[in-house]
Design a protein around this ligand. Structure first.
Ligand code: BES
Ligand code: MN
Ligand code: ZN
Length: 501
């Protein structure tokens, strides 16, 4: 799927009077007494002789976040409908956050399905947030539907903010579109069902993306993985008739000062293996490659935005199935780099493929390592469905967490308590893959990964078990299914590293 056709339009009555849009989107705010219009709606309000807020209030608008109210224009504008979307409450001095705009734009983007052309005035408040929110809200995945239903809005003109040059607005529109397109690359991969998306087919899709964006591409098949000693990836992938892969996609930017390694968990389906999962909701494990999708999309985005960095996505791909060739509880795996791991639970497979990929990633001698994975159900127990758990080296973890919050994706710093390390001791091997108890399951997985991170390398582990896949109703700019989290966080961290080192 792709983004609608986007353009810029001046935020004046004259420009709106000439527009061919069918719908004009305005923002509303929740006031103490009544609904008010958000900044950007002035020109539309003028065509209603200043009575737009009152009219909206009459038909029940309150301005609460994501509320959608439609009003006929009765010939006051060429557009037949004003679509008013709630931003919620402004803070004391009347400002709204980027995330309020993004979510409102997302709700409007969803409500615009079936529309050929719309104008959005939310962009007058925050152009980047309005573009991202509209594109992501409009996203649908209908590849497998015989009757796709209403098509997403085909074209949107964004009213420009009063401040800034045309040149700057054009650059912002371009960057925001690229960011939304990257999130959509990840969503499309996640939403593709596991019978069609397996290690080799994921690798082929990565190859196509790499070729289209002039990136270096490398893939190891099962024979090469064996020769090089990738025991974690081979162990996990051994139960499937569709063998594992290790994909690497690299971008080398102009004047690249820093090198960033990305690692993403690519389990194309996680049945649990011999330690099989219960049947209820096992289908959600189609999304167990969300980390892989996010890091692939992120390296493509780094190239599109020409970050002055070197970025390599390391993507271990395997399907975790029970069969006569599966790895078993009790096996000892010899991992890439030589450490040995006793497998006590074949459903703790993510950390095994990641350990191999993390060791491989360090061979490039990166300045930073960002790893992301749908790693533990315990992440959702601790933080819910919308807040990623962020672990790693203290400083870099806190930096990534602050950026995750600023992007609106969300994420919270979590510790790696030292006492859990002893619980991973193994009778036979250097390490066991689980602790044997439930406590701090997300943190124990982080502690396991830390054993494979090169000494002194600043690193962050982002557990996205909940936030990567929306099993509930659509909200804001997030539909059902793959969300694309944490693509925007990774992009913002890369931008920050390009800027600050
Ligand atoms: N892919 C799962 C984690 C997961 C669960 C992601 C639910 C999204 C939704 C992971 O491979 C897993 O099975 N983890 C186990 C670890 C346990 C065996 C220590 C878990 O969380 O139960
Ligand atoms: Mn599992
Ligand atoms: Zn898994």
């Amino acid at each position: 799927m792709t983004v609608p056709k986007f353009a810029l339009i001046e935020n004046t009555g004259a420009a709106l009077g000439k527009s061919r849009a069918e719908v004009v989107v305005v923002g509303t705010l929740q006031g103490d007494k009544a609904v008010t219009l958000a900044p950007g709606a002035e020109a539309v309000d003028e065509t209603f002789d200043g009575s737009l807020a009152e009219l909206l209030a009459t038909v029940g608008a309150s301005g609460k976040a994501e509320e959608v109210v439609k009003l006929p224009t009765l010939g006051k504008l060429p557009a037949a409908v004003v679509l008013a979307v709630g931003l919620g409450r402004a803070d004391g001095d009347g400002t709204v956050t980027a995330e309020q705009v993004r979510r409102a734009a997302g709700a409007a983007g969803r409500a615009l399905a079936g529309t050929a052309r719309a104008v959005s005035t939310l962009s007058a408040v925050d152009l980047q947030a309005a573009v991202e929110g509209t594109a992501l809200g409009a996203y649908t995945f209908t590849e497998y539907k015989s009757e796709p239903g209403d098509a997403p809005v085909a074209a949107v003109d964004f009213a420009t903010p009063a401040e800034g040059t045309k040149r700057a607005h054009t650059a912002t529109l371009k960057a925001a579109t690229a960011i939304a397109e990257a999130v959509i690359i990840a969503r499309d991969l996640i939403n593709t069902p596991p019978n069609d998306l397996f290690p080799a087919s994921f690798a082929e899709r990565a190859r196509k993306l790499a070729e289209a964006n002039d990136l270096d591409f490398e893939v190891l098949d099962e024979k090469q993985l064996k020769r090089k000693g990738f025991g974690g990836i081979l162990g996990v992938g051994g139960g499937s008739s569709r063998p594992p892969r290790l994909v690497r996609v690299s971008y080398k930017g102009p004047k690249a000062a820093k090198k960033v390694a990305l690692v993403g968990k690519g389990i194309t389906f996680d049945s649990g293996g011999i330690s099989i999962k219960p049947a209820a909701n096992m289908d959600h494990m189609t999304s167990d490659m969300s980390g892989a999708a996010a890091v692939l999309a992120s390296v493509v985005l780094a190239a599109k935005l020409k970050y002055p960095l070197e970025v390599t996505a390391n993507i271990p791909l395997a399907e975790n199935l029970p069969s006569g060739t599966s790895y078993r509880p009790g096996d000892v795996l010899s991992m890439y780099g030589g450490k040995t791991v006793e497998v006590l639970n074949t459903d703790a497979e993510g950390r095994l493929v990641l350990a191999d990929a993390i060791v491989r990633a360090a061979e490039d001698d990166p300045d930073y390592l960002i790893e992301t994975s749908t790693l533990t159900g315990a992440q959702m127990v601790a933080l819910g469905n919308r807040t990623a758990g962020i672990m790693g080296s203290d400083e870099f973890r806190d930096r990534v967490a602050a950026i995750a919050q600023a992007t609106g994706e969300g994420g919270w710093p979590m510790p790696l308590p030292e006492e859990l390390r002893g619980d991973l001791d193994s009778r036979l091997a250097d390490l066991a893959n689980v602790t044997g108890h439930r406590w701090g399951g997300m943190l124990a997985a982080g502690i396991f990964l830390r054993e494979f991170v090169a000494e002194g390398l600043p690193w962050a582990h982002i557990d996205i078990a909940g936030p990567s896949f929306n099993t509930g109703a659509p909200w804001g700019y997030t539909g059902k299914g793959g969300t694309g989290v944490p693509v925007r966080t990774i992009a913002a961290v890369l931008a920050d590293i390009a800027d600050q080192g």
